[in-house]
Design a protein around this ligand. Sequence first.
Ligand code: SF4
Ligand code: SF4
Length: 228
Amino acid sequence: MITGDLKPVEEIANSISGFDHVLVLGCGSCVTVCLSGGDREAKALAQELARFRYYETFPPVFQKETIQRQCERDLIETYLNVPPETDAILSLACGAGVQTVSDVFDTLTVIPALNTTFLGAADAPGIWREKCQGCGDCLLEITGGICPVGRCAKGLFNGPCGGSQGGHCEVHPEIPCAWAMIYYRLKKQNRLHQLKAIHRSKDWRPGGAAGPRERRRTGIGGSPGDTA
Ligand code: SF4
Ligand code: SF4
């Protein structure tokens, strides 16, 4: 999932001061699961932001809404009713959601309430960890299902840096060394020989080095290239 953290409330209040009617918009997908931007968080944020203490004059009038996914234009156009008096939308989605809402309602100011952080997973209750950097050419089968791009502090692709101490990373001793984890995982699977294989250099273009990426799929109604 994509994870995000709520910005400091004072920063959000500063962003919306000057607007009269603000729609606080939660997102029902990733940020609901990571407890930062769902319906419950949108309601709590609207209540907090209604306090006079954050403003020199009056707080804006707030309305609250949540849609299933802010990163889908179709869903926004079909299900999101923005009250006519609204002059700003405060989005609790990730950056992709904020931009999609902004594209659909391009006469309104859309303000991010979250800092989008990473693509990760919940490893334990209340603990999310980065797992993937969307490199566009997944090689997890070589590394025992542990990503060296997202989980090694140096993003090393061909083995450890040599600074690992006791299984911990030399850059951030509080996190495990990704390459130590890869070693022990492959050992458990009797596949240590994979570490000796020489792999081709990684092509970083699918990972974004060639500019913004686009994914196309034909065969679904209305998709580009469909002639039916
Ligand atoms: S190898 Fe690339 S696609 Fe696979 S998990 Fe790592 S960053 Fe993500
Ligand atoms: S100690 Fe391990 S995780 Fe840290 S930078 Fe070196 S190889 Fe990467």
